[in-house]
Design a protein around this ligand. Sequence first.
Ligand code: DX5
Ligand code: ZN
Length: 214
Amino acid sequence: MKIAPSMLSADFANLLDDIKEIEALGVEYLHIDLMDGMFVPNISFGPMVFEALRPHTDLVFDCHLMIQEPERYVEQVADAGADIITVHVEATDHIHRVMQQIKDLGKKAGIVLNPGTPLSAIESVLNLADLVLVMSVNPGFGGQTFIPESLDRIRQLDQWRKERGYHYEIEVDGGVNAETGPQCLDAGADVLVAGSYIFGHKNRKEAIESLRGE
Ligand code: DX5
Ligand code: ZN
């Protein structure tokens, strides 16, 4: 399993310190939430911010684009140092083309869907996906409560992967903590995103260990 702390809950006045700390604790990915104020009712930061961090860390940059028409920005996000670029199926009319665009840029292509979007909306592009991100809250903000029905979606994606030979990782985002994280892993998830749980914990090492079930 892999852990992807969400930078959204880090201290923006001491971003590099927070990132160095979690990197030293052995996490695998840094989850980077890009929000445009249109697709979601919040604005976070743009590629310039993680581009500045890129030379200072070896963490995998796992970029979650909450951006309307993400095709407009994938090249810029790739150039800024993303390793994985994940786009919302609801945000574009051309999901297949965007995923191909990401792969042509030499990056891993992820697909993500909101809690209200049926899994059938992504079924036809699962063969292209290196990662499927299951939103377990409505995107836009950290610190929300995990939606339990997400577990069935993880199970279904895991079953399809086994039955059909797909290679994607299953990642879960929103409300992940010591209780919900292990439930997601049991259901078949590979990567846990956690923002407020890790960065808001008084002992981040303990928080990460608890997600790993240690
Ligand atoms: C929400 C973001 C998440 C967020 C998760 O729109 O996609 O990555 O940072 O925050 P927590 O872990 O606090 O629910
Ligand atoms: Zn996210």
